[in-house]
Design a binder for this molecule. Structure first.
Ligand code: ZN
Length: 157
């Protein structure tokens, strides 16, 4: 565990386990050839770097991958994000990403424990304001890739 992940040990042990599991075995890790949208961003405060590749059928997310490096919170959140939104309708995914960012910033309450499955593990990160950006980075990128796809769709009609 890197020094930047010291906050993780302050989290509930079950949440630590979930975050570290996604960090060590990231889901949907990699890139996509012929992606419909790509977005990349750096979190200078922590050195996190994430790139998201998105593929859709025009209605739903059919494939999503992320690649990058950084702290366990940033990489685990990205892994959880890909798992959560794969197969979701584009408008639903866009709304969920915005809701989740608001939850992490404390502007919206988290739903009852268990409802968000693995994402629930990130609720404790709200207590460390400097790390909230780590947890929201992948979700910002999801929003950017969706905006690219939805913008292009609008241009068609
Ligand atoms: Zn970070």
């Amino acid at each position: 565990m890197s020094a930047t992940d010291k906050e993780i040990v302050a989290l509930d042990w079950l949440y630590q386990e979930i975050i570290l599991d996604h960090y060590k075995r990231p889901r949907n890790f990699g890139t996509l050839e012929n992606a419909d949208a790509v977005a990349e961003e750096e979190n200078p405060y922590c050195g996190d770097h994430i790139i998201v590749h998105l593929k859709t059928d025009g209605e739903r997310i059919t494939e999503i991958r992320f690649a990058g490096r950084g702290c366990a919170i940033s990489q685990a959140s990205a892994s959880m994000m890909t798992e959560k939104v794969k197969g979701m309708r584009l408008d639903e995914a866009l709304k969920f990403a915005e809701d989740f960012r608001q939850m992490m910033r404390g502007e919206k309450p988290f739903p009852p424990e268990g409802e968000l499955e693995d994402l629930d593990a990130l609720r404790g990160v709200r207590e460390f304001p400097v790390r909230v950006k780590c947890a929201t980075l992948a979700w910002e990128l999801l929003q950017r890739t969706l905006a690219q796809v939805l913008g292009a769709k609008k241009g068609e009609s």
